[in-house]
Structures are given as structure tokens and as C-alpha cells.
Design a binder for this molecule. Structure first.
Ligand SMILES: Cc1cc2nc3c(=O)[nH]c(=O)nc-3n(C[C@H](O)[C@H](O)[C@H](O)COP(=O)(O)OP(=O)(O)OC[C@H]3O[C@@H](n4cnc5c(N)ncnc54)[C@H](O)[C@@H]3O)c2cc1C
Length: 547
């Protein structure tokens, strides 16, 4: 009864889209630890990037993405992202996502670091909500089995026999999951396990992320023996509403795209002092400039000003933001918006190839959990929803070709799934494989709980880092990890997963002695050619954890 062809962990855009494609090929179970619509996807505002405009091309999208990634994008993955975008947007339209149109054509918005208008949106700035609600409605209307409030807590892996590569000899056989409401634990078997469990934004004190985004997919994959890449690259969004007593709320990049201006508490427009592109500079540059400006003016915020823009433009283009601020006593057509940076998006994740496969046979990852190589050191805005669908589709095509190896109908490009060895050989010189080093526990450390973990990460591993702050953090994290009690409920599983992700992120940030993209260290403020490579962490003795 508990056997499925596909088990998918997570019900955001990646999990639902994969489920809707996979149901054509076999039985599908989605495990999701909250209600079906609890996820980051529903909060996405700006939209999905896809080269669909008259002045645009996949080549231009490729170039913009490569430029944002600051030397660390995987060019092949970026090409796939740009070239296969339109096909996946068509799928979303067929599923019923109501993208905004103008004169009968899909309407495209401009966002920072995109050289042309390229961002497709729905309901103005409610893109994620429309996607999530549409896809979850579709999933409910098909024979996709969805178990809500069910938290995946262990990947079940069996060891294979003779194989040229030890990694490939290991095969996924299922997943263990906790029913968060009853506390019972159940095992589910499958041919293919797909991790679509989102990122790890809850690592930080200030975050735009949903409370379900606690790094579970990364922690589960690491424990099972999968590689975890580039965890040091975490994107902080520069403009998040900072109102006392109000949870951080994103003020989309698109607001600056439409002409929004940043001012400090003294009313000075400061971005041109830092960089020629001013407010349209990459997110990391804007976020750091805001931090410096807040320090200079001894304030915990700066302001985003849209009062010079036509009120109608604001209310029609950003109805969601306008309404949210209005509900909290702020009319943004007349008053300045108090903002500060907050944690937003994890570029690193479970290392997969161009078809979403990890180094464990049958185990896939997609969406923000996965590292496909498209974001490099810094994600280009609106590329993450796109990555979820482009590589999500490839996951299903790959599973289909495994099940029916002679299949002729798969387009040539989709069949290009390099074996792990091939991928390793190709990238060997560009990767640094690491294991978590042994660290002596500190004699005293702050109490281990979620607020202390989030404060530690915000203060020591946040927007501006240094060797000193990272070393301090890593020793505290290692101390906290030593006596980790056996988790029993959702909060305790999440806390354990977060501390593991925090450790992976901090160790990787400590190793990377340079500044690049979203990773900025005051002791190494420049990029270093020696570091034009990815970090990969693997568990040393993962085989021993097999079932
Ligand atoms: C405020 C905000 C605005 C954004 N705006 C944009 C934008 O305009 N454009 C863009 O491209 N990107 C945007 N992003 C990023 C984008 O929304 C995410 O990267 C994307 O939605 C991730 O989708 P996902 O399916 O991978 O994960 P999510 O949508 O986060 O879903 C993760 C799912 O996994 C489940 N889960 C987690 N752990 C477990 C477990 N152990 N067991 C069972 N289930 C589990 C969760 O409950 C959830 O259902 C934004 C993000 C935020 C937070």
C-alpha cells in the first residue's frame, strides 16, 4: 500500500509541477509538512523570467544570468534554463496559471540586472499565489495522493553490489515520514524520490521566507550521502518592509525596476554614491550599500520612495504590496516605505546534474533545494521559479527514460544526462570536495534554540562576513551539534536540520577566502581567480547510515 513510482517531498512550484507531469507516467505521492499551500512559492511577487519578448532572446537571458552569477554559473545549465523556459511557461498556461496580458499578449516587466523587460507576472505582484493555487487545484483534481502535515525525516537508501562507482551503487528505496499531527512514523517505498523541499531562509533572524523553509531537503540529502554545493552563497533581499510588529514583507525588486528610489533616514538618495547603476545594481550590492548607510546614519532602516510615480501605476502594478502596506497604516503613494535587507534565497543546495539527479541512484532534487549551477554566486531575480519548472520537467523526462530506456519521443536535448563520473570529470578542476572538519566543542556556548541560531547566523554569517565572525559562529554551531537530542516532533526536526545547514553554510563561507556575488568577506574583499570553483560537502561515512 505504501509503494509509489514517485514520491515528492514538498508542494511548492517544484513539487506540484513535477507531480502533474509525473502522474502521466506512474503513481505519485506528495509528502508536505504543512498544508499544501504552505511554501515560499505563494509569496513570490515579481514573477518568472523567460525570453518571450520581441526584443529578447534566450541568448540575452543566458548572458544576463551568467553576468549575475559572477563567474560561477554552469554555462550548460544556464543555456538549458534560457532555452527551455518558454516551453515550461506554456505548460503553466495550460495548467491554468492566469499570467497578466496586455493587448492580448503576455505582459513583461523589467527587473534589475535583466537587460530587457522579461518577467512574466500574474495578478500584478501576486504571481506566486496564482501559481501555487492553480497547481495545487490541478493536483487535487488528479489522482495525485497528497499527505499534508507529513514531514519527511529520513531518506532510505540501499547499497548496491558491483558498480564502477561506489556512489552509483547506492540506490534510494524510499523515505520515512512523521505524521506531525499524530506523531506516528511511517515508511514509504518508491522508484524515484524527488526532494522539492525548498531552501533554508529560516536560518536567519530577518527573512522573507515561509516558516516551512528550514533546509530539510538539504539536511536529508546530506545525511543520505548526497553532495551539497555552494552553501556559502545566500542571497539577501535589499528591500523588505521594516515596520515595528509587522513580519518582514517583501517589497519586490520590480518596484525599483519601475523607478523606486532609495533614501537614507536623512532624505539623501544614496545608491548613486556607491555604484553607477544606482537602485538597479545587483541585489548584493544594493543590500550591502543599505547596510553601510544604516550604519552611517545609526538607523535600522532606510526608505524606498515611490511617491514621484503615478499613483495609478503603483496600485495597478503592485496591488498586493499597496494593499499590504495600506492595511498596516502606510499609503505608499504618499509616504516613504521603511525597508531593510532580509534573508531571501539559497543559491546552494543538493548537487544535481542537468536532469536533476544526485549521486544516489533514484534520488532527485528540484527547486530551491537543488543546486543545478544556474545561479552561480548570485541569482538573477525571477530565475528561481523558472529553474524549478525547467529542471523539474527534466527530472520527469529522466525518470521516464530510466523506466523505458529506448524511448524515442524524448527530445534530444532532454536525453543529455551525463553520468556522475562524466560530470565529475568535467568539473573536477572547478570543485573542492570537503567533509565537515572535527571541531572541539567550546566550554561555554549560548543556549541552543531557534532564536539564538537565527541571531547567530544573522550577525556572524549574514550580509557582511569575516574570517573572525565565521570562526566564532562555526565553533558555536559545532558545540550545539554535539549533544543534539533525538528529534520527536516538527520543531525539533526542523531545528536539527537548520543547525546542520548553518554548519554547512558557515564552513563553506570560511573556506571561501574571497568575496564573490552574494558572499562578502571584509578580510578578503575581492574575488580571487583561485576560488573560481564550487564547494561540495559530503558526509564521510554516509554508507553506514544506509538501511
Ligand atoms: C517573498 C518571496 C518572494 C519571491 N519572489 C520571487 C519571484 O518573484 N520570482 C522568482 O523566481 N522567485 C521568487 N522567490 C523565490 C521562489 O519563490 C522560490 O525559490 C520558489 O518558490 C521555491 O519553490 P520550491 O518548490 O523549491 O519550494 P517552496 O515553494 O518553498 O516549497 C517547499 C515545500 O517543501 C515542503 N517541505 C519542506 N520540508 C519538508 C519535509 N521535511 N517534509 C515534507 N515537506 C517539506 C514545504 O512544506 C513546502 O511545501 C521569492 C521568494 C520569497 C520568499
Amino acid at each position: 500500500m505504501n509503494h509509489y513510482d514517485y514520491i515528492i517531498v514538498g508542494s511548492g512550484i517544484a513539487g506540484l509541477y513535477i507531480a502533474l507531469l509525473a502522474i502521466e507516467h506512474g503513481s505519485v505521492l506528495i509528502l508536505t509538512k504543512g498544508s499544501i499551500d504552505d511554501c515560499n512559492t505563494r509569496y513570490a511577487q515579481g514573477g518568472i523570467a523567460a525570453a518571450m519578448g520581441r526584443d529578447d532572446s534566450p541568448e540575452l537571458h543566458f548572458k544576463d544570468t551568467m553576468a549575475a552569477g559572477d563567474g560561477l554559473c554552469d554555462a550548460e545549465a544556464v543555456r538549458i534554463l534560457a532555452e527551455e523556459a518558454a516551453d515550461c511557461i506554456d505548460d503553466l498556461i495550460k495548467f491554468g496559471v492566469p499570467f497578466d496580458t496586455l493587448d492580448g499578449e503576455i505582459s513583461l516587466a523589467r527587473e534589475a540586472a535583466h537587460s530587457v523587460p522579461r518577467v512574466i507576472h500574474a495578478g500584478g505582484d501576486a504571481t506566486g499565489e496564482h501559481i501555487e493555487v492553480t497547481l495545487s487545484r490541478q493536483a487535487r483534481s488528479r489522482p495525485v495522493k497528497v499527505l499534508e502535515y507529513c514531514l519527511a525525516n529520513q531518506i532510505l537508501v540501499e547499497n548496491g553490489k558491483a558498480s564502477p562507482s561506489r556512489a552509483q551503487a547506492r540506490r534510494v528505496k524510499g523515505v520515512r515520514a512523521l505524521d506531525c499531527r499524530t506523531g506516528s512514523v511511517e515508511e514509504y517505498d518508491c522508484h524515484f524520490l524527488i526532494l522539492a523541499a525548498g531552501g533554508a531562509g529560516r536560518l536567519f533572524k530577518y527573512t522573507t521566507n515561509s516558516d516551512v523553509v528550514t533546509g530539510d531537503g538539504i539536511a536529508l540529502a546530506f545525511e543520505a550521502g548526497a553532495g551539497i554545493s555552494d552553501m556559502e552563497f545566500f542571497q539577501f533581499h535589499p528591500t523588505v518592509l521594516r515596520l515595528p510588529g509587522v513580519a518582514p514583507f517583501l517589497i519586490s525588486e520590480a518596484v525599483r525596476g519601475e523607478g523606486g528610489i532609495l533614501k537614507n533616514v536623512e532624505g539623501h538618495r544614496f545608491m548613486p554614491d556607491y555604484v553607477a547603476e544606482a537602485e538597479l545594481a545587483p541585489r548584493d550590492v544594493v543590500a550591502r550599500s543599505i547596510v553601510y548607510e544604516m550604519k552611517k546614519t545609526h538607523s535600522d532602516r532606510v526608505f524606498l520612495d515611490v511617491t514621484h510615480l503615478p499613483a495609478r501605476l503603483i496600485t495597478t502594478r503592485f496591488p498586493h504590496i499597496y494593499r499590504f502596506c495600506r492595511e498596516h497604516g502606510l499609503d505608499i503613494t504618499k509616504g516613504l516605505i521603511p525597508i531593510a535587507p532580509a534573508a531571501h534565497y539559497l543559491m546552494g543546495g543538493v548537487k544535481v546534474n542537468e536532469c536533476g539527479e544526485t549521486n544516489i541512484s533514484g534520488l532527485f532534487a528540484a527547486g530551491e533545494t537543488a543546486w543545478t549551477g544556474v545561479h552561480g554566486a548570485n541569482r538573477l531575480a525571477s530565475n528561481s521559479l523558472l529553474e524549478s519548472v525547467v529542471f523539474g520537467k527534466r527530472v520527469v523526462e529522466r525518470t521516464e527514460s530510466i523506466a523505458k530506456p529506448t524511448i524515442a519521443s524524448i527530445p534530444l536535448q532532454s536525453r543529455k544526462c551525463p553520468a556522475e563520473e562524466e560530470l565529475q570529470a568535467k568539473q573536477r578542476v572547478h570543485e573542492k570536495l570537503c567533509f565537515l572538519p572535527k571541531r572541539e566543542p567550546l566550554p561555554t556556548a549560548p543556549l541552543f534554540n531557534l532564536p539564538n541560531l537565527q541571531s547567530l547566523m544573522w550577525e556572524k554569517v549574514g550580509i557582511i562576513r569575516s574570517g573572525e565572525s565565521l570562526s566564532e559562529a562555526v565553533n558555536i554551531l559545532a558545540t550545539w551539534q554535539r549533544p543534539l537530542p533525538q528529534p520527536t516532533d516538527r520543531p525539533s526536526y526542523e531545528l536539527n536540520n537548520l543547525v546542520l545547514c548553518a554548519r554547512l553554510m558557515t564552513e563553506a563561507a570560511l573556506l571561501r577566502e574571497e568575496s564573490r556575488g552574494a558572499h562578502f568577506r571584509t578580510d578578503f574583499p575581492q574575488p580571487s581567480p583561485a576560488w573560481q570553483k564550487h564547494t561540495i560537502f559530503r558526509r564521510k561515512n554516509a554508507n553506514r547510515t544506509s538501511n
